[in-house]
Structure formats: C-alpha cells, structure tokens
Design a protein around this ligand. Structure first.
Ligand SMILES: Nc1ncnc2c1ncn2[C@@H]1O[C@H](COP(=O)(O)OP(=O)(O)OP(=O)(O)O)[C@@H](O)[C@H]1O
Ligand SMILES: [Mg+2]
Length: 380
C-alpha cells in the first residue's frame, strides 16, 4: 500500500478508546515526531493508535528536514500530533537523542561493586567534557560471555584466557537536555514515566533476542546512528553525519528539483525504476540516492571491521531502521553494499493490530522502532 504525499506530513491512524492502562511511546526526532499508544490485553501489546508529524514546518523548513525547535514549539507539534492521532493516554516514555547523550564501553580492571561506584565517575571525567554535576550517569557491568564455548563461539582459543578486566557500559545525559524534555512534556501535559536513550528503545522493539552480534543502522534525517548489539547489550556505537536529508539534497541538485519535490520522489520511488521518468532520469535518481547510501554503508563496513578486530568475531547481520530504511528498493542494494545479511526493522510485529493495517505498518515500521520500544517498556 503506497502512501500519498499528504500523509507524509501526518501519518495518522487512530480510534483509541480505552484509557486505563494505555501508554505512550514518544520519539522526537530531528525531522519528525512519532507517537505510539499501546495497551496490554491478554498478554500482548495492542496497538491503539500511532502517528507521525513532520517538524520542519514548525521551524519554517520543508518536510523531511532536520530542525532545531524550542521546547515550546516542539510541544506545540506534539499536541497537534496527539490530537490528530486521537491519543487518549497521558503517560509514557520519551526518548533522548543518541546525539545528546554519551554511550560507551569502558575497559576497567575487575573490582568489587563498591570500588566500581567510586571509580566510574572519575573514569567518566576523561570522556565527558562537562562538569560531573551537569550530567546524569548510569552504568552496568557487561556480563562475561558464558556462552563463549557454545556453537556461537567464534573467538579464537588463545583469546579465551582468564580475563583480568571487565567491561562497563557507561551512559551519560546532560541535565539541561533532560530539562528541555521536561519542559516539552509538561507543556504538552504528558506525564513522563521514564526517559530512555533512543538506541535502547529501538533495540527492544526491533531486535529479536539472539546472542550473535547485530549491527543496527538507524537512518535518520541529518544523522545515521550505528550500534552493535550482542546478547542484547550495546557494545559499540558510531554516529555518521549524513542521512536522509543529505539524500534528498543530492537528488534535488542532480535533477534540478526543489527539496520538496526531491523528498517526495525519494519516498515514493526510491531506488525502484519508474515509468514516470525517462531512462536518463531514472539513472540519475538512482545514482543520487546511492551516493549517500554508499558513503553511509562504507562507514558501516568499517564499524563491522573494527568490531571484528576488537572482539575477534564477525558480525553477520545488519538491521536497518529509521525513516530512511523505508526507502523503496533499499533491501537489495543494502545487501550488495554491506558485508552482512541485511533485514529491515519491523517493530509493529511486536504489537497486535488490525490485519488491514499490516502492509502499511510494515512499510512505515522502521521509523517507529524507537516509539514502539518506548511504549513496550511503558507496558511493563
Ligand atoms: N519512505 C521513505 N523513503 C525514503 N526515505 C524516507 C521515507 N520515509 C522517511 N524517509 C526519510 O527518513 C528520514 C527521517 O527518518 P527518521 O524519522 O527516522 O529521522 P528522525 O528520527 O527525525 O531523525 P533522527 O533520528 O536523526 O533524530 C528523512 O530523511 C526522510 O526523508
Ligand atoms: Mg530518529
């Protein structure tokens, strides 16, 4: 089922009726905000409503462009979105952008938890350029891989010597980032049950519980986030400053189109040839879109390589998420460009929804990974 262009600014569906026990997942991205309302019934997560609204127009920019809005403007967009999606729940989780946070794996000597508690803020100071009083810190010890000797084991025997260190996943968010989100939530009358860095939300919704490492590539508007998840734990992250917006700009320049037209053609036609264009145009559209993808995917291959080197195992699966993963025809090209088996995120698979929506949910799903993951956590 194809989406028409008017639904690009507002992809809405909703007849949410029940209020008790319903929760929201709210993902305010650089170019658009997404909302998902779920309720729990007979053990499953039931999709009550969802919607997306482009933020560009709230900052005098085109649909598909990344914009930096004030908390008040963002709240205004969120309220419009909630109204048009018939959202009835008032509470839920909100994501914090990966770019506003710091997620890293520290290699520390093995110590007891008390000593670790003292050690981490000191260690964190080396990587965080602001005063410790300005950030919220959280961490967890990455458990040692007990399954190392299992069938999934790809570690060379010589590296399996007794480890003297431990890995700690460190997460930091600036207090003023959280304050901005608090303003957005209170202005939009949302009661925030939790904040979560977007990558952790996306993992919950889009990844199945495998042990083998997977590279997740979130193709956003201005940036692309990459992270390797192994046994459900984030082990490596990488941010690339190129995304869907760059793709639209290149396409516009190449074909002499305004941003709006290039954005529309990208979403409707993507990498799939269309009779609406001449052979030459078809070639140029494809080449323009591929040029950004090639750049992003060559970075992804570098991430795969460096992970392979560091942990001495190969990452054989890539999961594409984010709005950019809805690019028509992406799968085949991604499989060619990436040195791994590629799949596209389908977070609504985790929810129960009317059958007539299944095509559209699969199509728009990648962009909703974060919002669905937040709402699922909210249900727990
Ligand atoms: N069907 C589609 N085909 C191709 N690109 C698409 C499609 N739908 C959305 N996009 C692109 O996806 C990008 C937006 O993705 P997404 O909504 O995940 O980003 P965001 O969450 O706003 O940004 P970020 O995650 O970087 O903060 C835009 O560049 C948009 O053009
Ligand atoms: Mg996003």
């Amino acid at each position: 089922m194809a989406l028409s262009f008017d639904t690009l600014t507002k992809r809405i569906f909703g007849t949410a009726r029940s209020e008790g026990g319903s929760v929201l997942g709210i993902d305010i991205g650089a170019s658009s905000a997404k909302i998902v309302q779920l309720k729990s019934a007979h053990g499953s997560a039931v999709l009550e409503t969802y919607g997306e609204i482009a933020l560009g127009p709230y900052g005098d920019a085109a649909v598909g462009k990344a914009v930096k809005l004030s908390p008040e403007k963002t709240a205004e967009a969120l309220l419009d979105l909630m109204r048009e999606a018939n959202v009835t729940a008032k509470a839920g989780g909100i994501s914090i952008p990966f770019a506003s946070s710091l997620v890293m794996v520290l290699d520390l000597p093995k110590t007891d938890p008390e000593q670790l508690k003292r050690m981490i803020p000191i260690e964190a100071r080396k990587y965080i350029p602001v005063s410790p009083s300005e950030v919220m810190l959280d961490w967890s010890v990455i458990p040692e891989d007990e399954g190392e000797a299992s069938a999934f084991d790809r570690i060379e025997p010589e590296t399996k010597i007794q480890k003297t260190g431990q890995e700690v996943l460190l997460v930091a968010i600036r207090n003023d980032t959280v304050r901005a989100y608090q303003t957005i939530a209170s202005t939009a009358s949302i009661s925030t049950r939790f904040y979560e860095i977007e990558i952790f939300s996306a993992i919950r919704a889009a990844l199945s519980h495998g042990v083998a490492p997977v590279l997740v590539i979130d193709l956003g508007a201005a940036t692309t986030k990459m992270y390797i998840v192994e046994r459900g734990i984030v082990r490596m992250t990488h941010l690339v400053t190129a995304g869907g917006q760059h793709m639209t700009e290149t396409l516009g320049r190449s074909l002499g189109w305004e941003f709006e037209k290039a954005e529309r053609v990208k979403r409707e036609r993507g990498l799939v040839e269309s009779a609406a264009y001449s052979t030459d145009e078809n070639e140029r559209i494809k080449a323009a879109l591929l040029s950004t993808l090639e750049r992003v995917f060559s970075e992804a291959n570098r991430v795969l390589l460096s992970y392979g080197k560091r942990y001495n195992k190969s990452v054989s699966r890539v999961l594409l998420s984010g709005g950019g993963a809805s690019l028509p025809g992406l799968s085949a090209h991604a499989n060619e460009l990436l040195q791994a088996e590629v799949s596209i995120a389908d977070p609504f698979k985790r929810t129960e929804a009317p059958a007539f929506l299944s095509d559209v949910l699969q199509e728009i799903g990648p962009g909703f990974s974060v919002a669905v993951g937040l709402a699922i956590r909210g249900l727990r």
